[in-house]
Design a protein around this ligand. Structure first.
Ligand SMILES: *Cc1c(COP(=O)(O)O)cnc(C)c1O
Length: 541
């Protein structure tokens, strides 16, 4: 449904799309025979503006496909509400520096001859109502399979990246005359979130109205659920290989769907893309070949400490200058800078660090801290929007004591500056809601140290005091809600005050080896080259 290929192609909203982009980037580097299919989303997701009170204003974020890709002559149709909807296609070529290429196909219903309503189907990413969403998913899943057939692509495996594309399995089922085993052998499914709202469910009235009797209703219900069509369940039932996106998420997904065998392939990020200029130069000098073989980062200890620090300060300067030109906060280069950027939604808990203002003041008296935030709330996520407003009130409340910035319009360019330019990357989701998380992996590629709740990928990346620090208990420990919160706050403030601040300000000879561990023990593993090797050998072959 979404993919982040470049900052000017507004077809993504967050982590899911960035991951899809990194899949394509690594596949191109590794010369994998893979292609991707998505929607053109010509009006984008949205551009975020924030008022002085932190109220989010959403602007359309259009982009022009013809500037980046080529329209092909092929067309297919799908039936929606009894009408034939025509679909055309754009081809984008993701070119690796090594010369290999992966095509990405963008489906587009904005064709003369389609009624105005249908021309809008592929306009807005995650926009509109349920009816709009199911139409988009019909175009993506059914239209996608038909388009590949039209393009004469011989498909060995279909990988459904999240349940949004599950209709593709229904199209295959029809094509192979209800031979479920045949379809299952062709399909791989990755589930990406334990959050309920992340799993599309449609009433069968809506399915009947839009899709009609595509396959017999009793069969559809047996595959997608009796009460409502659950797109995750549909994909689970029609795939031979299913995985979650971190070991912990595999466990949670098996609890959610106990009758299915669910594997785990931990996410990664594209090393070259998420490493800033100054660190790219450093790695090129000491670890040539690192971009193609990120395992080489394991030898980071051969780089002298002062060169690590210089590379970090170069990235930090770029970020602080950006903060100071886009806000009037006046941040400085030397203060311990903590970053927090992610989709503004309740479980991510953007404001956890402000839970006890007095303790935060005491922390700040031990050594100055400054905080940089960013993140968009989905237009219909009212609580997410309230979270941003709440954060703005804390920003105001602390304005004479702690410098706090909220950067507008979090996108991959802002993310690249943030994950490389801060000293510490803070992550405080409510466990077990964070399936994986990837921004902390990006931070590690730039020697930024993670300070995070033990959820998602961090359970696998964390070695206390070596690769970073934990907030709260490990997932194996059973803790009540109150106890959990108390321990989280204790770690959050206690480690900042007694471990992180003293180490940053007084023991740089301790700090820089931890930066190196982020690179050597985290980035060397949590990259999308390793992830794609696993998808190929375990899921695709
Ligand atoms: C990496 C990235 C994300 C995902 O970060 P999480 O840590 O998974 O929340 C979201 N948005 C953008 C723009 C990103 O670059």
């Amino acid at each position: 449904m979404e993919i982040a290929l470049s900052n000017d192609i507004h077809t993504y909203s967050g982590g899911l799309g960035v991951l899809a982009g990194d899949v394509v980037r690594s596949s191109a580097d590794l010369n994998l025979p893979l292609l991707a299919v998505t929607l053109v989303s010509k009006k984008g997701y949205f551009r975020q503006e924030l008022t002085r009170e932190g109220k989010q204003i959403e602007h359309t974020d259009s982009w022009e496909p013809s500037q980046f890709m080529q329209q092909l002559p092929e067309e297919v149709t799908v039936k929606i509400q009894g009408r034939d909807v025509r679909i055309k296609v754009w081809r984008y070529i993701m070119k690796s520096v090594l010369g290999w290429e992966v095509p990405v196909y963008f489906l587009d219903t904005d064709i003369e001859g389609n009624p105005p309503e249908d021309r809008e189907i592929t306009s807005l990413l995650y926009g509109g109502d349920e009816r709009y969403r199911i139409k988009q998913e019909i175009v993506l899943g059914i239209g996608g399979v038909r388009m590949l057939e039209k393009l004469n692509v011989l498909v060995h495996k279909y990988h459904m990246n999240e349940g949004h594309s599950s209709f593709l399995a229904l199209e295959l089922l029809r094509k192979f005359e209800m031979d479920i085993n045949k379809v299952r052998n062709l399909c791989v499914f990755t589930t990406h979130t334990p959050v309920e709202a992340g799993h599309d469910k449609f009433s069968y009235e809506l399915v009947q109205e839009t899709l009609g009797e595509f396959i017999p209703l009793n069969i559809l219900k047996s595959l997608g659920g009796q009460d409502r069509l659950n797109m995750t369940l549909l994909a689970l039932n029609l795939s031979n290989y299913v995985n979650g996106v971190a070991k912990m998420h595999g466990i949670i997904s098996r609890e959610m769907f106990p009758s299915h065998k669910i594997h785990a392939i931990t996410n990664g990020v594209h090393s070259y893309t998420w490493t800033c200029e100054s660190f790219r130069r450093l790695y090129d000098k000491y670890l040539p070949g690192w971009a193609h073989e990120p395992e080489l980062l394991i030898r980071i200890d051969i780089v002298p400490n002062d060169e690590i620090w210089q590379a970090h300060m170069a990235a930090k300067k770029i970020l602080i200058d950006y903060v100071n030109t886009t806000t009037n906060i006046g941040m400085d280069y030397e203060a311990l800078t903590i970053g927090f950027a992610r989709r503004a939604t309740e479980y991510k808990r953007h404001t956890l660090i402000f839970s006890d203002p007095e303790r935060l003041r005491r922390v700040n008296s031990r050594g100055r801290i400054q905080l940089i935030f960013a993140g968009k709330a989905h237009p219909k996520d009212y609580r997410g929007k309230m979270l941003i407003e709440e954060l703005f009130r804390y920003k105001e409340m602390f304005k004479d004591e702690i410098k706090i910035a909220y950067l507008e319009n979090y996108d991959i360019n802002v993310a690249a500056k943030l994950v490389s330019g801060v000293d510490v990357w803070l992550n405080t989701p409510l466990p077990p809601m964070e399936a994986s998380g990837t921004s902390g992996m990006k931070a590690a590629h730039n020697g930024v140290i993670n300070f995070s709740v033990l959820d998602g990928w961090w359970v696998e990346g964390w070695i206390e005091g070596i690769t970073g620090w934990a907030i709260g208990p490990s997932p194996e420990e059973q803790a009540s809600t109150e106890e959990l919160k108390a321990r989280e706050l204790n770690d959050l403030y206690g480690k900042l005050e007694y471990v992180i601040i003293p180490s940053y300000y007084k023991r740089r000879d301790e700090w820089i080896p931890m930066m190196k561990n982020s690179i050597g023990k985290i980035a060397s593993y949590f990259n999308s080259h390793r992830m794609m090797h696993r998808y190929v050998t375990e899921a695709y072959l």
